[in-house]
Design a protein around this ligand. Structure first.
Ligand code: RUQ
Ligand code: CUA
Length: 658
């Protein structure tokens, strides 16, 4: 045991040595002439648009960040799993149900992999799917509104890391289990993990028109750790591949105890076969409980539906669904090239990159060439499934993406570089240093049949001396690399937010023209508390609940004087922005509210609930500088003692002389 720990320390020291001796920051500058041309390449003139959208995950921030590339302008934060005081997402009454789970209201998650919907293996720009890692969930963002419209909880799982990757016609979105756990959950000794903990691979169907998700089926697997996933495409369409580590089934000091075996697995799942079994009525319905949250952009309101069952397929009873392919030790990413033939397994502890051949896997499966089995699941032969090995490309491979010219690009965490290699010959073609320790990388369409290989975004984990110091925590650096020529060239370096894992990038033409401008008040707002004109303005009392239907327009609230509110009341401000003009939001905030402000876009209705605790006069105001008279957009609420007999009243432009 002691020796193993020492060995590990050895690796850690080696890693830090490599990181700290990288040239960078103030030391390792390239020549000024190439710097100038790099600047030109990333330059987008004021008033001009970027060519690509990039949707970067925020990792532990729980959100998705929309950037324009090549300039790396931050265009929009899309709140997904975390409350967002800027928009009021997760604070407004309409959006609170989005964060509902079987564990209660959870205002945060760890978002790793946004993936854009596909049609015929090409990005179609309709939706982004993204995973919540900590409390297993999948979200769907609509790319017309740039808003999260759906979050579905994944039952029988723990650590939904290998998600949310879509198949090439968006038939399914996948969710896996990173941490083996008892399924169903129960109280048991942790040391009895081996053989008793389990994992689930969940396939969620996606409605072609609405995008709505539903759990189609779950495949029950041994309790290994499943890290990442990628769908087959083109010739391997119908399959899904998952990296699998901790086949040792260790439950403590995994850095040592889950690194013992020389090989782990790629778990290959034939989901078309699973689909056939489902059609034949196979599998068992298991009782469980999970939340399915949907936002309706017509009523501007989210609701939670509770579901209580899931269809489970057992691969030991239903042969032909699951195979284990031995692969590089402790693999992280698994990536499939645009043709669907090459499956790259990024063994994070190995010096070589293993490339499997789909045709060979298929042949071995068809001929039942199995060398062993694990928990009733057939294991294929390593050599029989191998397309080739990229010899000594770098140290610590994590992820690979592809261009349309037959090249692969892999990140190497330990040696801090991106290496370009030929997919067919596995020959290394070029390498470039990045600063420091890249995780994921992204090429527009780089995980589809049709990559658009002009730029590559490297998302690095460690910043050190790259930017002006800002205390102990530095934002992580993103680096944009021009990959259009033979030699990769770094053209931009910018700090990102949270911890981006994957990012999906897409040509702007696929999204920009359909982006929503306003909600039409006449036809696109069915909120029950909408104010369409002055005559809808109203305040009603229902016991302790007071409902305020309030309008907002440049530059006043209607009403702006309210009296008759009492301590102990719950005041619900239903705010409608009655503007019908693009990009004129109004905000609302009231003194002492235990909440955030609420930003309302034109034609939309949102609700902020406030419980005043003391008598007094409470100002409220518009938080967004909407006009020259924005500072005049304000009002007062009079709060009286609980036993007061002041009548409820409200007004705009009344009692002017007292
Ligand atoms: S991970 S840095 Cu969360 Cu996709 Cu590899
Ligand atoms: Cu409305 Cu400021």
């Amino acid at each position: 045991m002691m020796r193993q720990i020492f060995k590990l320390f050895g690796i850690a020291i080696a890693i830090s040595a490599i990181v700290s001796c990288q040239p960078g920051g103030a030391n390792g500058k390239s020549s000024s002439s190439s710097k100038k041309s790099a600047a030109e390449k990333a330059y987008v003139a004021p008033g001009e648009y970027d060519e690509y959208y990039g949707f970067l995950s925020g990792g532990f921030s729980g959100q998705v960040y929309t950037y324009g590339f090549p300039s790396a302008r931050l265009l929009k934060i899309i709140p997904v799993f975390s409350q967002d005081p800027q928009s009021g997402y997760g604070y407004s009454e309409e959006t609170k149900p989005m964060l509902q789970t079987s564990y209660g209201f959870i205002p945060w998650d760890d978002l790793h992999h946004p993936d854009i919907s596909q049609t015929n293996g090409e990005l179609d720009g309709r939706w982004i799917f993204a995973n919540g890692n900590n409390t297993p969930r999948i979200a769907r963002i609509d790319l017309q509104d740039f808003e999260t419209q759906e979050i579905i909880e994944i039952p029988n799982s723990a650590g939904n890391h290998n998600s949310a990757f879509v198949t090439e016609n968006t038939e399914y979105v996948v969710a896996g289990t990173r941490f083996g756990v008892p399924i169903p959950q129960k109280d048991m000794p942790i040391k009895d993990y081996k053989g008793n903990f389990k994992a689930s691979m969940t396939f969620l169907s996606v409605d072609e028109d609405s995008g709505e998700m539903d759990i189609a089926f779950q495949i029950r697997l041994p309790g290994y750790n499943y890290d990442l996933a990628h769908p087959g495409r083109d010739k391997s369409h119908g399959w899904m591949f998952f990296t699998t580590y901790n086949t040792e089934e260790a439950h403590t000091l995994l850095e040592v105890n889950a690194s013992k075996f020389d090989k782990d697995f790629i778990t290959a799942i034939n989901w078309k076969k699973a689909e056939e079994y489902v059609k034949e009525g196979k599998g068992t319905i298991e009782k469980t409980r999970y939340a399915h949250n949907k936002y309706d952009s017509q009523t501007h309101t989210a609701t939670t539906e509770w579901k209580d069952e899931v269809l489970v397929l057992d691969p030991t009873e239903l042969p032909g669904i699951v195979y284990f392919v031995p692969s590089a030790k402790s693999p992280h990413g698994v990536d499939v090239d645009p043709t669907g033939e090459y499956i790259v397994s990024n063994g994070k502890l190995s010096a070589n990159l293993v490339v499997h051949s789909f045709s060979k896997i298929k042949e071995a499966v068809d001929n039942e060439e199995f060398v062993d089995e694990a928990y009733g699941i057939p294991i294929l032969d390593f050599d029989n499934t191998l397309a080739g090995i990229v010899e000594q490309p770098g140290i610590g491979p994590l992820h690979t993406e592809f261009d349309e010219r037959g090249n692969a690009y892999s990140t190497f965490f330990i040696s801090s570089e991106i290496v370009k290699w030929d997919v067919k010959t596995q020959e290394v073609l070029d390498r470039i240093d990045v600063y420091y320790s890249p995780g994921h990388l992204s090429i527009p369409g780089g995980n589809s049949r049709k990559p658009d290989g002009k730029y590559l975004l490297s998302m690095n984990k460690i910043t050190k001396d790259r930017y002006l110091p800002v205390g102990p925590e530095m934002n992580q650096p993103g680096q944009l690399i021009d990959i259009s020529g033979d030699k990769m060239e770094m053209i931009l370096d910018f700090p990102m937010i949270g911890e981006p894992h994957y990012a999906s990038m897409i040509h702007a033409d696929k999204i920009k023209d359909k982006s929503r401008k306003i909600y039409r008040l006449a036809s696109e707002n069915d909120h029950p508390m909408v104010v369409k004109s002055g005559k809808d303005v109203d305040i009603t009392r229902d016991g302790k609940n007071v409902h305020v239907k309030m309008g907002m327009i440049r530059s006043h609230f209607n009403p702006d004087n309210i009296e008759g509110i009492k301590v102990g009341d719950k005041v619900h401000f239903h705010l409608t922005n009655t503007e019908q003009d693009f990009d004129i939001p109004h905000g609302f905030a009231v003194m002492g509210a235990n909440n955030s402000e609420i930003l309302v876009v034109p034609g939309q209705t949102k609700t902020l609930t406030w419980e005043p605790k003391e008598p007094g006069i409470y100002p409220f105001y518009c938080t967004d500088f909407c006009s020259a008279l924005h500072q005049e957009m304000q009002g007062y609420i009079r709060v009286s003692p609980e036993d007061s007999d002041i009548e409820l009243s409200w007004s705009l432009n009344k009692n002017i002389d007292g």
